[in-house]
Design a binder for this molecule. Structure first.
Ligand code: Z5A
Length: 209
């Protein structure tokens, strides 16, 4: 069996971390993964050693030293280039499975639709950075921007989370368009945790068994 690359996307607080934790318990027992293979849980930004430093640079809430939107785009791209070279590509070449909390769809949604950087420039950059690595399956966990804000009300917001409702609406709209254009699995993530997990598991079985 060959390695697979699965990605969960969505606006802040849509439940990616929760579902990835559930999946990492279920997948090894599912019969989908070869006995000699491992399941690797990772994320963007910050999936590699250098990426963790980049993550800190991008998300730190420092009004005096915020990156410009072009710098922000390039930092997310640098993080991804490192993540692919050091983590994703070697794992897939060795037949392992990867689940990533965010990937290039987030750049299109946040920097493209949210920050309004030209989408064609982002796609061009993605082609350079991704080295033909594309997820085998991407899930969009959909919640409303209002629910996103509600779910995070007791957490300290990072720099991107501090952008507020209007920004989140643009990102949310972007995610919907990207999901439709790329045949992502769209999941209603305002349902209860177990039914979301079940839906994800069913999609994985249908696609990979
Ligand atoms: N970003 C970007 O701009 N460009 C890029 O290219 C990339 C990223 C790759 C990374 O943030 C930020 O970088 C992100 C996008 C930007 N910006 N923002 N904002 P992050 O990785 O630190 O965090 P996040 O991805 O935004 O979200 P999160 O806070 O980690 O949320 P989550 O993982 O999607 O959700 P969760 O932690 O599983 O759940 C959130 C809460 O909801 C928690 O209290 C749960 O118990 C609750 N929850 C989860 N599921 C449910 C259900 N079904 N019902 C009710 N409550 C639930």
């Amino acid at each position: 069996m060959e390695g697979k690359f699965i990605v969960l996307e969505g606006i802040d607080g849509c439940g990616k971390t929760t579902q990835i934790n559930a999946l990492s318990k279920w997948l090894p027992k599912s019969g989908l993964i070869n006995k000699n293979s491992t399941l690797i849980k990772t994320r963007e930004p910050g999936g590699s050693i250098l990426g963790r430093e980049i993550r800190n640079m991008i998300l730190k809430n420092n009004k005096l030293n915020s990156p410009s939107i072009l710098t922000e785009l390039l930092l997310y791209s640098a993080d991804r280039a490192e993540h692919i070279s050091k983590i994703i590509l070697p794992a897939l070449q060795n037949g392992h499975w990867i689940i990533s909390d965010r990937f290039s769809g987030s750049t299109l949604a946040y920097q493209g639709y949210g920050r309004e950087i030209n989408i064609e420039i982002i796609k061009e950059l993605e082609n350079i950075v991704c080295q033909n690595i594309r997820p085998d399956l991407t899930f969009l966990l959909e919640i409303s921007p209002e629910e996103s804000i509600l779910r995070r009300k007791n957490k300290v917001a990072d720099r991107i989370e501090s952008e507020g409702l209007e920004f989140l609406k643009k990102v949310n709209h972007g995610f919907k368009l990207i999901a439709l254009e790329n045949n992502w699995e769209i999941i209603n993530a305002s349902k209860d945790l177990n039914s979301i997990s079940q839906q994800i598991q069913t999609s994985l079985i249908n696609k990979f068994l």
